[in-house]
Write a protein that binds this ligand. Structure first.
Ligand code: FES
Length: 70
């Protein structure tokens, strides 16, 4: 797990048409109320709903037509 955030560096970044990137330690609650802890320095959270590994992004958003992506 990583330490505290770095001043001037965002902890949350939205990738246009893709996932939400989380830097550092976070808990992500899915639609069923289950909490998932981040385990990597940077974790990608699915925003498109097509990932087979939700709540994490598995790259499936790339199969969605560009204008329909989040
Ligand atoms: S945002 Fe990447 S699979 Fe959903």
């Amino acid at each position: 797990m990583s330490g505290p955030s770095t001043p001037g560096t965002p902890d949350v970044v939205i990738c246009p048409g893709g996932p939400l990137l989380l830097r550092g330690d976070h808990l992500v609650r899915d639609e069923d109320g289950v909490e998932h802890a981040t385990t990597r320095p940077i974790s990608a959270v699915c925003r498109c709903g097509k990932s087979a590994t939700k709540p994490w992004c598995d790259g499936n958003h790339k199969a969605i037509p560009e204008k329909l992506r989040p």
